[in-house]
Design a protein around this ligand. Structure first.
Ligand code: ADP
Length: 474
């Protein structure tokens, strides 16, 4: 089957979070199983775009209301990612360094989707599946069903993966004329709660919905930023498929970003060396247990509580633990985490910003990874931590619930029920006790490294979805 993944992010081309990791891995594993999965992303001005060779395979025009844009389709020449990568270059809209958070994001992602549909129309391509990811490609299912320009694509099954239902891409009805023409009776497929809502539209129009973990599918029927009723209504066409991780990228034995590589046989030595280097870099004492946090500094991740969590833990365990935070996001959280440095000098440090290499080094060098998330559709951090022998401390929610079993229940992680300072600190104290029992600590770490979350088996679940949809077209 030929499957087109249309996404705003794809690792290592353009990454903000887990969406990129999934789109950068799943297609590779689909191809390894004999399919032709291709990825289409906007042509941002990123390091990857600048440093790799692309060939121009198509040029075209698109209309957004009264505005005309030229677009080009650039194909990455070497297929080095394990799949064909296409960038849609639209001058003025995407040749910028950041992926999101521009005032004209509505126009940018609409133009991206229209350019994609124009391209496959003008080049007579009929893939077997159009796989959309989050709201940035969420209007494609509506357009192929209802816009006059794309009626010939109507029979192609569409899939939507919801990586995060909090972000929906809504915009006011006064921008409706940006969309290619359709019959006014179809307007209801675009609207939700008085606005044009691309994620809601995709949920209504798409053939199949997948969420990135089974528990998240359950949770969004009661917590989905206003889409709960709609998701309950469309439950029958939804399925939860737990994300995998790319074991080729996340392999402590070969990871070029690590100072020292290690595997199951020498992980104690390997992790200690990585920890030592990390602690030296951040002025921490490597003999103490090292707690870390990696992620977007937003309420969903419980980051608003992080400063207090760190203070309480460091006050309760004076000079007995280290905490290292890597993240960026909410400006208030960023500055309070920065300020903490002067209070707990030598026991606490933070890197405010995005740093892929440092993230790898932390997964390898840390002892524990904190994930006090309020919402976690899947969560990849805990899976990377497990693979690198770092014990996750998680709130039981979404994908965290599906992937981390508490040591008290015969598992390998530390779990708590609430995103609260009290619950996280209770877990930190449990972790300190585990750290002191070095035999048990090492046994738990060893067991985490053997857990298999590879895409190999997850990719077949997606293939089953595609095949069941393909049957409906015969
Ligand atoms: P989300 O997509 O909600 O942000 P996920 O757990 O699904 O969360 O994925 C997060 C991904 O982003 C992981 O690969 C993680 O290592 C990475 N990441 C998040 N913040 C940073 C950061 N500041 N620096 C480097 N990597 C980060």
């Amino acid at each position: 089957m030929e499957i087109f993944h249309i996404s705003a992010e794809c690792y290592p081309v353009a990454k903000v979070g887990g969406l990129a990791d999934v789109v950068g891995a799943l297609p590779k594993y689909l191809n390894q199983l004999g399919h032709q999965a291709k990825v289409i992303v906007p042509g941002y001005d990123t390091k990857f775009s600048r440093e790799n060779e692309f060939e121009n395979v198509h040029n075209g025009q698109l209309t957004l209301g009264y505005f005309q844009f030229s677009y080009s389709i650039l194909k990455e020449k070497r297929n080095q990612l394990g799949f064909e990568l296409y960038q849609i270059v639209i001058p003025d809209l995407f040749d910028r360094p950041n992926i999101y958070s521009y005032e004209d994001d509505t126009e940018r992602f609409l133009a991206f989707q229209i350019a994609f549909l124009n391209w496959i129309t003008e080049t007579n391509q009929y893939p077997d599946i159009l796989h959309c990811h989050d709201h940035h490609s969420g209007l494609i299912p509506f357009m192929v069903q209802n816009c006059y320009n794309y009626q010939h694509l109507k029979q192609i099954p569409t899939v939507l993966t919801i990586h995060n239902a909090q972000y929906q891409g809504w915009f006011e009805a006064n921008k409706l004329h940006y969309l290619p023409d359709f019959h006014p009776s179809k307007l209801g497929f675009l609207e939700w709660n008085g606005a044009i809502n691309p994620l809601a539209s995709a949920i209504k129009c798409v053939w199949k919905i997948t969420t990135v973990s089974p528990s998240y599918l359950e949770e969004i029927s009661s917590n989905a930023n206003g889409l709960e009723n709609l998701l309950r209504y469309e439950r029958r066409k939804s399925i939860g498929i737990l994300n995998g991780i790319d074991n080729e990228v996340w392999n402590a034995k070969t990871d070029e970003m690590l100072a020292i590589n290690y595997d199951l046989n020498d992980f104690i030595k390997g992790k200690t060396k990585n920890k030592k280097i990390l602690c030296e870099q951040f002025n921490l004492d490597f003999k103490k247990p090292l707690f870390t946090f990696i992620g977007r500094l937003v309420g969903e991740k419980g980051a608003d509580l992080l400063t207090e969590i760190c203070s309480v833990a460091l006050n309760q365990n004076v000079n007995k633990i280290n905490i290292l935070v890597l993240g960026s996001g909410d400006a208030g959280v960023e500055s309070s985490l920065e300020n903490l440095k002067s209070f707990y000098y030598g026991n606490y440090n933070a890197y405010i910003g995005y740093n892929e290499k440092l993230a790898h080094q932390i997964y390898a060098g840390a002892d524990f990874l904190l994930m006090p998330s309020r919402v976690e559709p899947c969560g990849l951090n805990q899976m990377y931590a497990l693979r690198y022998g770092t014990i996750p401390i998680v709130r039981r929610t979404g994908g965290l619930k599906d992937t981390v079993l508490d040591i008290g229940d015969g598992g390998f992680g530390i779990c708590h029920n609430e995103t609260s300072v009290f619950d996280v600190n209770y877990s930190i104290n449990r972790a300190i006790n585990l750290y002191k029992d070095s035999e048990k600590f090492d046994a738990v770490r060893k067991s985490t490294m053997q857990i298999d979350h590879s895409w190999d088996k997850v990719a077949t679940e997606y293939i089953n979805v595609y095949q069941s949809l393909k049957k409906l077209t015969k």
